[in-house]
Ligand binder design. Structure first.
Ligand code: NAG
Length: 399
């Protein structure tokens, strides 16, 4: 038995390597040099950047923008710490990145969008592309210009043909998923009525919940982000005209005002939200949550109970999305964060599913108006299609 296994093992490994290679491919970086003259720059003043894979065949005139995630910086200290990293400077970004999942160019991996123009916009401002402060303090050289970066990138893509798109999707994951919600209507407004425009947010539905110590950690944090970056004027006016702008970073206060069709993918036990909203380090000084945050199987009964409470709050905040069929959603009960950029969770033989539909199928059905999709999973641990995340204790918790 073990002899046979040993004999086949190298072949299995080889096959796995071949499969993994086909599943993703590398796409070169493009710097938007023309943005610099408009003051549309990354935190350190460098030009913004994206990775672009050209559409072909029937998809040649359709455009999918995927905004990269990577947390936020909320004050001078944290923005300085980010400034000279890939999340604050295009000088620090790697020159090629792998496209897979929703960015794949193969019909078997990405049946509805594989032949579209696919763009991954690099995140380099630290405020989900909402900031705009003219002044630059020479002592820090920090540029809070995310909103300008977003516009400059779109203008650059318009010049490359997106202006006359037949279909366009603004999507993103995590902080990028939040950007796709916050910019959804203003993105749609840039197109003529001839373009079918929709938005798509993966793991961007961050909720305003108390942490395990009873504090308002995330609300304070977002309020600092909005103040530091001067974001208020670039948040949806339907929210900022009636609420404190700091709150308008939360989708639950913004969604009601959004008029463009939008699809939300989120785990009700989103791992970033459990780690940073429910049980952030400041609310857990003794590290009781440490191993649970790394692996949901290590959570105690009372921690699971707290997470069930978080799910209830999530679903309440999510109910603000409304019932319109133009809004699609896929809310599963996994311990996950960002499920569309990885082939395993977007579309594969064992990827997450709700009522038998993968995220890729649900998204395609919704975009092309084949069928509405609005599904919320039963509570943990009912769903055996989940790919629950297990984190390395040394991993940086930004994404
Ligand atoms: C900046 O924000 C971080 C993270 O919330 C916090 O720990 C730190 O105290 C803040 N620093 C200042 C100077 O406000």
């Amino acid at each position: 038995m073990s002899g046979i296994f040993q004999q086949w093992l190298p072949i299995l490994i080889l096959m796995l390597m071949v499969v993994l290679r086909i599943e993703s491919f590398n796409v070169d970086i493009t710097y938007v040099e023309s943005a610099v003259a408009k003051g549309a720059v990354c935190l350190d003043g460098s030009p913004p950047a994206y990775h672009f894979d050209k559409g072909f065949g029937a998809g040649a005139n359709s455009w999918l923008i995927q905004i990269e995630g990577g947390g936020w910086c909320n004050n001078v200290t944290t923005c300085l710490a980010r400034k000279n990293t890939r999340l604050g400077s295009s000088k620090q970004m790697i020159k090629q990145i792998a496209f897979s999942g929703i960015l794949s160019n193969k019909p078997q991996f990405n049946p509805d969008f594989y032949n579209w123009n696919r763009i991954k916009v690099r995140y380099c401002d630290g405020a989900s592309f909402t900031g705009d402060i003219e002044a630059v303090n020479p002592a820090t050289n920090l540029h809070y210009r995310g909103a300008r970066v977003f516009l400059a990138v779109i203008e650059d893509l318009f010049a490359k043909g997106m202006k006359n798109a037949e279909n366009a999707i603004l999507s993103g994951c995590s902080a990028g998923g939040l950007a796709s919600i916050l910019h959804c209507d203003s993105f749609k407004a840039l197109f003529t009525t001839g373009t079918k425009v929709k938005c798509f947010s993966d793991a961007g539905y961050f909720i305003n919940a108390r942490d395990v110590a009873g504090g308002l950690h995330i609300a304070d944090f977002y309020s600092d982000v909005v103040r530091t970056h001067g974001s208020a004027k670039n948040l949806p006016a339907s929210c900022s005209s009636r609420l404190n702008p700091g709150l308008c970073f939360f989708p639950q206060y913004v969604m009601q005002g959004i008029r463009t069709p939008i699809f939300i993918v989120n785990a009700a036990y989103d791992s970033w939200q459990i780690k940073n909203i429910l049980a952030p380090g400041v609310a857990d000084p003794h590290g009781i949550w440490h191993s649970c945050k790394l692996d949901i199987l290590k959570c105690s009964g009372s921690q699971i109970e707290a997470m069930q409470g978080f799910r209830s709050e999530f679903l309440y905040a999510f109910s603000k999305i409304g019932a319109s069929p133009a809004r699609g959603y896929f809310i599963n009960s996994c311990y996950a964060h960002c499920q569309t950029e990885m082939q395993e969770t977007w579309l594969s033989a064992d990827s997450p599913a709700l009522d038998g539909k993968t995220i890729a199928e649900a998204t395609g059905d919704w975009f092309y108006d084949r069928k509405p999709f609005q599904k919320i999973d039963c509570p943990y641990p009912c769903d055996n299609t989940c790919h629950n995340r297990v984190f390395d204790p040394h991993e940086h918790p930004l994404i």
